[in-house]
Design a protein around this ligand. Structure first.
Ligand SMILES: [Zn+2]
Ligand SMILES: [Zn+2]
Ligand SMILES: [Zn+2]
Length: 763
């Protein structure tokens, strides 16, 4: 038999071995380039039981995609054996994602009688590092960053004992033979301080002291270095912000366990389950009033991003500190997370007071993943550590291997062949040399790991995206590849289709910040009629100028000026606060917009949210992408769909139809003049956007007969909007597809590009 899926490095061979032994079957099990193979022989009843159990009792980290069996002649063997792995040949096996320390390992780590007591690198077949330490396949110790550590006799005995939990656990180790912690600075290096029987060790104790003294500690994690400070210390959190050049984008907080998490946030069941899952993402949830974290951790934010410890070192550190810990990516502003020790010491030297590291190398960079829960369902915001490189499976086959280069912001790439689409971990905004290198190196690593030689290369239509340029250069370099340009919002909708295992056609609502349109203008409030093969633009938000171009993205008040002008409201004359606050430049900006100087027009829904936020006084300038919309969502509150009512935007019924977003801004002004409360206005605005989406979809249903709607684009990270829109559409008889496994924001673009290019390639 052959078992395909994520079946290597997850204890599958030992599981098969013990199952066969229990049933008295002879034969062999092994890893090869396709996954796991096994031959069993014995009484027919036992073989049947074996096949049933193979699927039903598989180990926790296994993801079985397919089991195929055939009959062969028995060779009379009564014994069962595990075959050694062989290298070479095409590789189709799947590397598993990294997994949080399991309960068995935690119990051993806490047991003074155990030889791994207090050992920060304890792991077993059911937990520990995987994807981030794999240098090549098949997954065996020599092809991981554990290659340099020779197992001691007791570890080797466990590794070779089929009855042991560490049987063939590739990263297994102990204080005698495995990696050791080191602590560097300020002015000191404490090396090799972890000794069996001494508990957490001197390095962890000293590191905890530094944190409690308000210092910034760099800590090596699974997919990169973090920066850590005491989450209760305003001074420490503020210092970290200053040194990292991160003004008010929230920091994630690690807490020791679910009980500690519940002291900070109001968690529902789904959120608690996500927090405690083996993937251990950052979970965004509602912050409790008076939650004991410093203001500088998540300034002005009604949510907190929490996570639980996922490495043994995290557990030891949290226990030693005894309070919540800020744990944020080890980088300066928008650079990628540092993962090599030399890089961390170099780049984080100006931020961290001390470094807590170790000598097990990280081979692949992987940031923490970020999720929210909606109606009990997981919604990924950032798909990275713990998820990558698990593939998205499609129902049809890619005819030729595809590389999709993704978008510019929140970039991921996607390599696909057969029926698997492998999305990279989060790479980031392709705006500097370091991120671009992460992108190109990542593509090379994935090509090797999954043995994919792309023949079709999909890219965005924006000529200035570095990901687009990378694709074009492949062709210029004379590589034998077919290029496929994919429109940004079509890619969003196709990504949502692939996420749901659908092919369309659907009505696609793609609402985001920015995407290059086929007419050369900036799109972002789009109603498409789309399937994987193509799309037509059925409708869109009425375009408005972006006065000053990119400046209008950083300064939402400029969008307020443009929208108020489009709404026919002389804001200064009307005495609006937003005009008063920005008095110095207001008239100039309105003039820019009217003349169309440095003012590209856009149908972006993100800019409509920006305008609303500025008019309402939520925010005139942003320090990170989407900040104004996030604060507007929080102002509206989770129950915004309720009794507050909704504004209404008119539709100009051409083909494509145009939705007058300015009507919503006019309604906000009218309510402001009446003295309506800001949270009510924010709720009515959300209701207005929900309403205009529903009306647009109804118009397209009349025109096309389609009644399935796919919702995609970064604007739908707003759960008040997503929830309200889905509910309203369903009430009107639509079926609604939303994202779940892949983010709706631009990090999902690469998947959409891949399936669109493949659809064209199949014709
Ligand atoms: Zn374990
Ligand atoms: Zn050992
Ligand atoms: Zn987008």
């Amino acid at each position: 038999m052959r078992v395909e899926g994520t079946v290597q490095g997850v204890g599958f061979r030992p599981f098969v071995y013990s199952l066969a032994s229990r049933l008295g079957l002879g034969g062999v099990v092994g890893n090869d380039v396709d996954g796991v193979f096994a031959e069993v022989e014995g009484p027919p009843g036992a073989v049947r039981k074996f096949l049933l159990a193979l699927e039903n009792e598989a180990p926790p980290l296994a993801r079985i995609e397919r089991i195929t069996t055939r009959e062969i002649l028995p060779n009379g063997s009564g014994a069962f054996a595990i075959a050694p792995s062989e290298a070479g040949g095409p590789r189709r096996t799947l590397v598993s994602a990294d997994s949080a320390t399991c309960a068995d390992c935690l119990a051993e780590m806490a047991d003074p009688a155990d030889r791994r007591f207090g050992y920060p690198f304890i792991n077993c077949t059911n937990c520990g590092p995987r994807f981030t330490i794999v240098t090549d396949v098949p997954y065996d110790r020599p092809l991981t960053t554990m290659a340099g550590f020779t197992m001691c006799a007791p570890c080797a005995a466990e590794y070779h004992d089929p009855a042991d939990r560490r049987f063939h656990a590739q990263p297994t180790c102990c204080p005698a033979c495995g990696p050791a912690l080191w602590l560097a600075g300020p002015g000191t290096v404490v090396a090799g301080t972890v000794v069996a029987g001494t508990g957490a060790g001197e390095a962890v104790r000293r590191a905890a002291e530094l944190i409690l003294a308000g210092q910034v500690l760099a800590v090596k994690g699974l997919g990169g270095w973090h920066l850590a400070v005491d989450a209760c210390s305003q001074q420490a959190a503020a210092a970290l912000r200053g040194r990292k050049h991160r003004e008010d984008k929230p920091f994630a907080v690690m807490v020791a366990d679910l009980a500690a998490a519940r002291l900070l946030c109001e968690l529902d069941e789904a959120e608690a389950a996500l927090l405690a899952s083996q993937r251990r993402p950052i979970v965004l949830s509602a912050r409790r009033p008076g939650a004991a974290v410093a203001d500088a951790v998540a300034p002005g934010n009604r949510q907190l991003g929490l996570m639980l410890p996922y490495t043994p070192l995290h557990h030891l550190l949290l226990a030693a500190i005894g309070r919540p810990l800020v744990l944020t990516s080890g980088n300066v502003s928008d650079e990628p997370i540092a993962y090599r020790d030399s890089d961390a010491l170099d780049r984080l030297g100006g931020i961290a007071d001390a470094f807590l590291g170790h000598d097990r190398a990280i081979h692949v960079r992987a940031d923490d993943s970020v999720v929210r829960a909606l109606r009990g369902r997981e919604m990924l915001m950032r798909r990275s550590r713990g998820y990558a490189p698990e593939p998205v499976r499609v129902r049809w086959a890619f005819r030729r291997p595809v590389l999709a280069c993704g978008a510019e912001l929140k970039n991921t790439f996607c390599l696909a062949k057969e029926n698997h689409a492998f999305l990279s971990p989060h790479i980031g905004d392709l705006e500097n040399a370091e991120t671009l290198r992460s992108f190109t190196e990542g593509i090379e690593h994935f090509r090797r790991l999954f043995d994919i030689e792309p023949r079709v290369v999909a890219h965005d239509l924006h000529p200035e995206y570095l990901s687009t340029k990378y694709a074009l250069e492949l062709e210029e370099d004379g590589r034998d590849v077919h290029l496929a340009g994919v429109q940004h919002h079509h890619a969003h909708i196709a990504s949502c289709l692939a996420d749901n295992g659908e092919d369309g056609p659907v009505i696609g609502v793609a609402f985001d910040g920015t995407g290059f349109g086929t007419d050369g203008t900036i799109w972002g409030g789009e109603f498409l009629v789309a399937d994987l093969a193509g799309f037509t633009r059925g409708g869109h938000l009425d375009p408005v100028p972006m006065p000053g171009g990119a400046a209008a993205i950083r300064q939402p008040w400029r969008m307020a000026a443009a929208y108020l002008d489009a709404a026919g409201i002389g804001a200064a004359a009307a005495g609006l606060d937003v005009a008063r606050r920005n008095e110095r430049l207001w008239a100039d900006v309105v003039r820019l917009a009217r003349r169309g100087v440095h003012s590209p027009v856009t149908s972006s829904a993100g800019r409509l949210f920006d305008a609303a936020a500025a008019v309402l006084g939520v925010r005139d300038a942003v320090n990170y992408e989407g900040q104004a919309a996030i604060e507007l969502e929080q102002l509206a509150g989770p129950d915004a769909g309720g009794g507050a009512g909704a504004y209404r935007a008119g539709i100009e019924p051409g083909e494509p139809f145009r939705v007058r977003g300015a009507d919503l801004i006019r309604a906000i002004v009218a309510d402001l003049e009446k003295g309506t409360a800001a949270d009510v206005i924010a709720a009515r605005f959300h209701g207005g956007v929900t309403g205009l989406i529903t009306e647009g979809c109804e118009l397209l249903r009349e025109r096309t007969g389609l009644s399935t709607v796919a919702l995609s684009g970064g604007v739908f990270q707003n759960l008040v909007l997503l929830h309200g829109t889905a509910a309203r559409l369903e009430a009107r008889g639509f079926s609604v597809l939303a994202h779940s496994r892949v983010p709706c924001n631009d990090s999902g673009i690469s998947l959409g590009q891949a399936v669109i290019a493949a659809a064209a390639d199949r014709r």
